[in-house]
Write a protein that binds this ligand. Structure first.
Ligand code: PXL
Length: 291
């Protein structure tokens, strides 16, 4: 079975980060090794959340993994709370052997604004992390922050393509824009630029309410699981778009509940069926050694 190290926080309430990454990666038939960066009572869109920084624990965890020669097929980072945590993910990337997929969801903001708690220099550090990734998964706000351009709510197809080319020039092979609208703004999905092949892939679905919290984390976790299961980028992206839409479809539309995230649990059977169809059954590949 493939193993993914996923580095992000635990928000106890609000269905995002590790709370969605672990079940989704498991449902996709891969092992999720959690490296928690912080424990929060809720994610930061709730007022008065508590925050326990776990940064001091991370070097010891990395040391132990190294000592045990634990192998990861992918390293996937999500919400990181500080410049120091970004630096530790870079260290983990350096440790990873060649061929290990490095996936960065550069979680920083939405709707043109940085999330609470990030300073204005955070995007600069995140840009450096993206430079050493294979796959980056920004939303439009994050893509603009990474490219150092001002945010606009809508981009034409050509502008989105230029933005992705610019982000891929930072270093990653694949730059994937999430929550992207199609040209006539009737559909939403994702657009990917593959730098090595110099080509774009797009996948859209009917426009559903995009304003639920945590959908970016659901998309990124699905991408991570699907990619380690061996799906090519376009099929992984299509699966991630369709699963995120399925989660939204199964969630009551009460705007007051949006910060509680989507009912992804109800969509897990759908995901398990789809990955079975895509990969021809569960991943029961045996490893000869435990690692
Ligand atoms: O869903 C992204 C996310 C993850 N973790 C925490 C957050 C957010 C977005 O606000 O606050 C703690």
């Amino acid at each position: 079975m493939k193993r993914i190290a996923t580095i992000q926080d635990i928000s106890c309430v609000g269905k995002c980060s590790l709370s969605v990454a672990l079940p989704i990666i498991s449902a996709l038939g891969a092992e999720a090794a959690a490296l928690p960066t912080a424990v929060l009572s809720t994610h930061t869109a709730f007022p008065d959340f508590t925050f326990r920084d776990l940064t001091p624990d991370i070097p010891g965890i990395l040391r132990h993994w190294r000592q045990e020669k634990i192998h990861f097929d992918a390293v996937y980072s999500g919400y990181l709370a500080s410049h120091e945590q970004i630096r530790l993910v870079e260290e983990l990337f350096d440790l990873a052997s060649p061929g290990v997929l490095r996936i960065v969801d550069p979680v920083m903001g939405d709707h043109g604004r940085l999330y609470t708690g990030f300073d204005r220099s955070f995007p600069e550090s995140m840009r450096e992390l993206c430079a050493s990734a294979d796959v980056i998964l920004p939303n439009l706000t994050e893509a603009c922050l990474l490219a150092g351009i001002s945010y606009r709510e809508t981009l034409s197809g050509e502008e989105s393509a230029a933005l992705l080319r610019r982000l891929a020039e930072l270093g990653p092979r694949y730059a994937v824009l999430t929550g992207a609208a199609d040209e006539d703004r009737r559909q939403i999905g994702a657009l990917c630029f593959d730098r090595s092949e110099n080509r774009f892939h797009a996948h859209y679905t009917r426009l559903l309410s995009p304003a639920f919290h945590g959908t970016g984390d659901i998309f990124a976790s699905t991408m991570a699981g699907a990619l380690v299961r061996g799906l090519p980028i376009d099929r992984a992206m299509a699966l991630a778009v369709d699963f995120t839409a399925e989660c939204i479809r199964l969630t009551p539309t009460d705007p007051a509940l949006r910060r509680y995230g989507v009912h992804f649990e109800a969509a897990l059977p759908w995901l398990i069926r789809r990955i079975g169809q895509e990969c021809g059954g569960p991943d029961d590949t045996d490893r000869t050694a435990e690692t």
